[in-house]
Design a protein around this ligand. Structure first.
Ligand code: FE2
Length: 284
């Protein structure tokens, strides 16, 4: 009888230790996930130089908003953008979602009203919206919609030629010649285009800078080594998720975007991002 009691006691100790280890593991995993959640928005600054830039210009790039902020969050983002005192804002797509909280996009645009804004649509707008209605609503906030269009933009003594292409057709439908026809000046040329994976197209475009979003920074990053895990249109371990890339002389700038979730799955170790681009004269 006494031996049986001892045997039960040993079994309980083993179970207790196992439970402690499991609890510790779960706590560690929970802590690691919590530490990586997107609690803040990064402000990432880049500088590019060019002879055609006469005065320093400040450009804010906002992408992939996906209606993912409440009123307080939208005000915080608006304050962040306004504090940068940008000359203009570029928005390369996925600023709107049709299926939830549609008004948040326009509450955000209200915060930015008065700053020149240039926009091309992303895949989420293309697939899910009545685009005529959507673009009219953007225009009501002063946004210039640039799907398959261009605009000459004068800021101080510098003229920028800004064009945009939509996601409506696949990459092969946008023959490089057709995109190149959008540009017809010698000014600094910027192309808004949502998808960074269209690099074979961008390599053939006679522009200086392509501004993209779409990749959401790679959704999850592996801590310590900072490797992005997955991105739409690029799959596992994507190459083009943020930063500036050189494509045969054409610079491609990718915004990690603003949304904190993708289909309800949170980002990890990959904060949302507002990009702050300084264009400077090379002569300085
Ligand atoms: Fe997106």
């Amino acid at each position: 009888m006494a031996e049986r009691i001892v045997a039960y006691g040993k079994m309980n100790d083993v179970k207790k230790n196992r439970f402690k280890w499991i609890l510790s593991g779960v706590s560690l995993a929970g802590g690691a996930v919590t530490a990586g959640l997107p609690f803040r928005t990064d402000l990432t600054e880049y500088t590019l130089e060019d002879d055609r830039i006469q005065d320093d210009l400040t450009i804010v790039i906002l992408s992939d908003f996906h209606n993912d902020y409440n009123e307080k969050g939208i005000q915080r983002l608006g304050t962040m953008v306004r504090s940068l005192n940008p000359d203009l804002i570029l928005m390369p797509g996925d600023m709107a979602e049709e299926h939830h909280h549609q008004e948040r996009t326009f509450e955000f645009l209200e915060q930015l009203k008065g700053i020149p804004m240039y926009y091309s649509t992303g895949n989420h707008e293309e697939y899910r919206w009545d685009l005529t209605e959507l673009k009219d609503r953007f225009r009501a906030y002063g946004v210039v919609v640039l799907d398959e269009k261009k605009e000459l933009v004068q800021i101080k003594r510098t003229t920028l030629e800004i064009a945009g292409i939509s996601c409506r057709l696949n990459m092969s439908s946008f023959m490089p010649a057709a995109v190149n026809e959008l540009f017809d000046s010698d000014h600094y040329r910027i192309l808004l285009s949502h998808k960074p994976n269209w690099i074979e197209l961008y390599k053939q475009i006679h522009c200086d800078l392509v501004v993209c979003g779409h990749a959401h920074g790679g959704q999850w990053h592996i801590p310590f080594v900072d490797i992005p895990v997955a991105a739409p249109s690029q799959g596992i371990f994507p190459k083009y998720t943020d930063g500036i890339h050189d494509l045969n002389g054409v610079k491609m700038l990718i915004s990690r975007g603003l949304t904190r979730h993708y289909h309800g799955i949170p980002r990890l170790y990959n904060n949302p991002e507002i990009v702050f681009l300084k264009l400077r004269s090379k002569a300085k």
